[in-house]
Design a protein around this ligand. Structure first.
Ligand code: DHB
Ligand code: FE
Length: 281
């Protein structure tokens, strides 16, 4: 059977992608950001997932303001890196797992979570930057990827609780797929950041670290954090963190935290990263 063995939480700051694509990761500003992912790449190389289920948000790239699905599941055979204004990132095309994605769509929708099914979709930095951080610069991504796109751009995004329960439904779907697959689930976005108006540049390291503690130790309490607390404590774009609860909901209640990295600054945001393993692998 397919099984979810581990979860990865990871920021998606677009400037991280630019730093990798332009070969400046050794510069003093960037070096400490990337050092925290060295252990993660070693872990990934050992973990060898067959599939990454990647929860991320689109930034008005695949979806314009005309149409904003709350949850959109990537069921296509491949997902091209999108042109976000400076040409597409020079990273490989993302290959999907169509049979597993269709199975998840069926299982999760019949489990009463209404997903939008995406049979064609381009993917932006929200998806490609976490892949680059975890796999480095590669000619081909070493596994298949199923994207789940969550609206955190236009109010109202889903609640943390809804995301957490969706994670549980995704777990049930993957557990019931009859092929021996190692699946790692990513929750991406965050940490604290605000890109606009008077509080632009806001960083709240203490709150971010507490969020990571709660995510590991008390995920139910973490999933109950209301939107207004993300806004107040972590800035308007800090609400991207609701996506981490999908990842956490798909794991066991009791997990092992195998790695954590937190660094300020990267562009206008704090970079947060965590790796959680199920104990029942
Ligand atoms: C920045 C951060 C984001 O999460 C994003 O989507 C765009 C820009 C930034 O810090 O510049
Ligand atoms: Fe973002």
């Amino acid at each position: 059977m397919a099984r979810i063995t581990a979860g990865v939480g990871c920021s998606h700051v677009p400037a991280i992608g630019v730093a990798m694509d332009t070969g400046i990761t050794e510069q003093p500003y960037w070096k400490p950001v990337f050092e925290g992912f060295e252990k993660s790449r070693e872990w990934m190389a050992k973990q060898k997932p067959d599939v990454v289920f990647l929860v991320y948000n689109d930034h008005c790239t695949a979806f314009s303001a005309e149409m904003i699905p709350t949850f959109a599941l990537g069921c296509a055979a491949e997902f091209k890196p999108a042109d976000e204004g400076w040409g597409p990132r020079p990273v490989p095309v993302v290959k999907g797992h169509q049979k597993l994605a269709s199975h998840i769509a069926q299982s999760v929708i019949l489990d009463e979570f209404d997903l939008t099914i995406m049979n064609a979709m381009e993917v932006d930095h929200g998806l490609t930057v976490p892949l680059s951080l975890m796999f480095g610069q590669v000619d081909e991504w070493p596994c298949l990827v199923i994207p789940l796109c969550v609206n955190v751009v236009q109010y109202p995004p889903p609640t943390g609780n809804r995301c957490f329960n969706l994670g549980k439904a995704i777990r049930r779907a993957i557990d019931s797929y009859d092929e021996d697959l190692n699946v790692v689930i990513f929750g991406t976005g965050g940490m604290s950041h605000q890109l606009q108006y008077k509080r632009a540049g806001l960083i709240n390291a203490e709150w971010d670290q507490r969020f990571l503690d709660m995510l590991t130790e008390d995920p139910v309490a973490a999933s109950k954090i209301p939107h207004v607390e993300y806004l107040r404590e972590a800035g308007s774009e800090g609400v991207e963190m609701v996506m981490w609860h999908v990842m956490r909901g798909a794991l066991d209640d009791d997990v092992t935290e195998v790695h954590r990295h937190y660094h300020v600054p990267a562009s206008n945001t704090a970079v947060g990263h965590i790796i959680l393993e199920n104990k029942t692998n």
